[in-house]
Design a protein around this ligand. Structure first.
Ligand SMILES: O=C(O)CCC(=O)C(=O)O
Length: 217
């Protein structure tokens, strides 16, 4: 494992997952993603001044736990328009999030309430944004990264935009002073599939899970 601190309260841990763990997680996520009602879909995005009916910029998307609606940026108990709850957050993922925080970013009483799963292809990216839709802006956000390396943009302490490569098999955490930093995902690099993800993901594909505590205690 290699721990990197691109800025205060933003931590990347490379080689966090072993290839076997990666393969197991990807199998599991793929299974959840196949569910007709709760699984992967390509939602519409909130209209903006450039587009009346934009699509979400990432090819496939689903949530576990509370559903974040890309149409209005709000969190829901049930998936709007479908009337069903998302898959529950698996116990293993809750345990994993606690283990990650305990080791790299001690946080009292983190309660995972929503996991956003984003599946990127070479045509996907995610524009710069701030994660400000959660009433709880104190709890850190944990990212799990599988597959290809991406170019990740983030804002440093002085407000300057910087970028770093985030490889598969890594995790990142941003909380505290970095919790409301602007960030986004640029290019997905070719031929960077991480060990354990071959056989599950193709060249230039990337899967990211972000784990959040949405509500205040
Ligand atoms: O794919 C990623 O690593 C970034 C996801 C993201 O920006 C977000 O969930 O707010």
């Amino acid at each position: 494992m290699k721990v990197i601190h691109p800025r205060k309260d933003f931590i990347i841990v490379e080689d966090f997952f072993s290839p076997v763990q990666v393969s197991d997680w990807l199998d599991f996520i793929s299974l959840l993603g196949q569910d007709e009602q709760r699984g992967f879909h390509h939602p519409d995005l909130k209209p903006n001044r450039f587009h009346k009916s934009p699509k979400y910029p990432v090819k496939k998307f689903m949530c576990l736990g509370l559903y974040w609606n890309p149409l209005d940026y709000l969190y829901y108990d049930k998936i709007p328009g479908r009337g069903v709850r998302s898959h529950e957050i698996p116990k293993e993922l809750i345990k994993l999030s606690h283990l990650i925080l305990e080791k790299f970013y001690p946080t009292p009483e983190f309660i995972p309430q929503s996991v956003m799963v984003n599946f990127y292809t070479e045509k996907s990216s995610m524009g710069l944004h701030v994660d400000k839709d959660e009433p709880n802006k104190d709890a850190p956000i944990i990212g799990l990264n599988f597959g290809s390396t991406c170019r990740f943009f983030y804002e440093d302490e002085s407000g300057q935009l910087r970028d770093i490569r985030i490889p598969g098999n890594s995790v990142y955490i941003f909380g505290g002073e970095a919790r409301l930093m602007r960030h986004g995902v640029g290019s997905i690099y070719s031929k960077t599939l991480s060990p354990g993800s071959e056989g599950h993901l193709k060249n230039k594909e990337r899967l990211n899970l972000t784990i959040r505590q949405v509500l205040k205690r």
